[in-house]
Design a protein around this ligand. Sequence first.
Ligand code: UGA
Length: 439
Amino acid sequence: MAMRISVIGCGYLGAVHAASMAELGHEVVGIDVDPAKVESLAAGRAPFFEPGLPELLERTLETGRLRFTTDFADAAGAEVHFLCVGTPQKSGEFAADLQYVDGAFAELLAIVGPGAVIAGKSTVPVGTAERLAARLEEVQPEATLVWNPEFLREGFAVKDTLHPDRLVYGVPDGAEGERATAVLDEVYARILAEGTPRLVMDPSTAQLVKVAANSFLATKISFINAMAELCERTGGDVTSLADAIGLDERIGRKFLNAGLGFGGGCLPKDIRAFMARAGELGADQTLSFLREVDAINTRRRVRMVDLAREVCGGSFLGQRITVLGASFKPNSDDIRDSPALNVAEQLRLQGAMVRVTDPAALANAKSSYPNLVYVEDVEEALTGADLVLILTEWEQYRELDPEKAGELVAQRRVLDGRNAIDPAAWRAAGWTYRALGRR
Ligand code: UGA
């Protein structure tokens, strides 16, 4: 049955969620405070790079079931309100900044009707749902707050929303929780019909599930990067190590790609917010290992710069360095906490002449790192380089022909920050190949 849905906040999460809910057959209004974003979405243009989203927007806008507005009043009358606003790191501290969650919730309180379900999707510190539920109880006791975390990955956001690994509902006890569960089942009927596991739990656990999942992923990446540090000391090869331990089903090969480490708008800030929350709960020791996870991750960037300096003979002065990749990972134009740009900027500050190229993220990179030089065309970027760094593993960089690339550069020297290219093929073409965690 088609439902009336509002989606509050139309960033990476909300825009994809709104269009996906319309794809599932519902009547959806997406609401955002940014008029430029709303105008772009309403015209079927995704305001950020996300494969499949433009097509999904076009398809769902055409049906008339999806619209976007800045007017919060348009959320009135919806049976389900999805809260999808951002929870960035507070400046100068580890904790999450909840001003957007609190602001959007205050607006929701003014329009939420009896019987409505407010489903929080933003990643929040555990305890937030309970605090918001208490406010809702005062203002509209006949509405219900649930927590329904989202696990989408940028670059796969449409697939992850329409065909998720699992659905998690954090609902209150008793009849109210049962009714809210039935409402969410109606929203996700088509997804559930595919046999997707659906886990119903209390809101506190549901909030924890999200940060626990991201902390586990971050830990897995830092674990393999710690092994890379040891391989660097012993002359071992971290990719062989990852392949070998990854074949143990209990470990698994996914998220064991060693290299420059994790960045983006989620993993780094989520582990920090989790540590901050644990501290507030009097359990700071419990998550102190995440400090190490964060430290290992940050060291990868420093190590990359050190390796580049070593390859350049001890100094960057006069060295023309080409950085392939600016986004925090391929198939995204997101540069939040991008390891690639962090390294590029350090190289520049230490005297290198740095040129950066990326298939999607240059506009974002320019506004945040205005002092780097940007080149759109990869061949132009490679021309005359003394050293090439692969820092984001876009397909087009993985597929570079070492012979053709070699004809463009001044010196055949490459550093593979993502273990993305074949060392044997590049060495055979006369390149000096170096990588983190490899001989
Ligand atoms: C992450 C989670 O994977 C999603 O499940 C979650 O929903 C999302 O955060 C969120 O909280 O919204 P995302 O930030 O899009 O998704 O990116 P990931 O694919 O997790 O990659 C994060 C970083 O780890 C990237 O910089 C990537 O290059 C790095 N990474 C990933 C590695 O260094 N090694 C790996 O093996 C895998």
